[in-house]
Design a binder for this molecule. Sequence first.
Ligand SMILES: N[C@@H](CCC(=O)N[C@@H](CS)C(=O)NCC(=O)O)C(=O)O
Length: 212
Amino acid sequence: MTTLVIGNKALSSWSMRPWVMMRTLGLTFDERLIRLDEPETRASIKDESPSGLVPCLIEEDGTTVWDSLAILEYLNDTRGGVWPEDGALRVHARCASAEMHSGFSSLRGTWPMDLTTEGARLAVPFGVRRDLARIFTLWSEALSRSAGPFLYGEFCGADAMFAPVVTRIKTYGPVAMPKACEDYLETVWTCPAVTEWRAGAAKEIEAGWYPR
Ligand SMILES: N[C@@H](CCC(=O)N[C@@H](CS)C(=O)NCC(=O)O)C(=O)O
């Protein structure tokens, strides 16, 4: 069976992306969770993933895909359904996903995904504000082209890429944004795959993984 190697559900934003996509596509896969920030984390991940990072998808035939966006592209090639069918929407979705993958470093660095601290209400420094403004522009463009409820209509790879932005805003916000973006935020936060991921994070908290 296909295996997806991931990190903690409360913390690993890059793992969340392919996981929610695979769940939404209804794919059957084994999940192998390696706890981050433990003395043996690096060695355990290195046994599975050539980059020493999660996520990493491993097929039964040994095919190994070790990067979140590469996993989405691989899933699209092998299973289909990751990107919108409409060509213009597909280009936009891929550009938005690439921009998320390579950019928004202030948002990612200052507001790390952390589902253990819901309601943390951090300050919104300039870099975060600038990144969020660009993200809301992207979301607004996509939603006006597709009419929602997800960025390009149905849940697709771009929604998976932005899902950890939704959780960050839920954790550290509120943040003012256009109404269409607010609706989108709730759509992602409550969709089945993201709800299931959050339930997994809640179990980690209950199990005492994050002592205060
Ligand atoms: N560009 C990579 C980034 C992967 C990444 O940074 N993963 C983090 C967890 S979210 C990791 O594996 N960290 C290993 C560690 O903390 O030892 C991707 O898109 O998959």
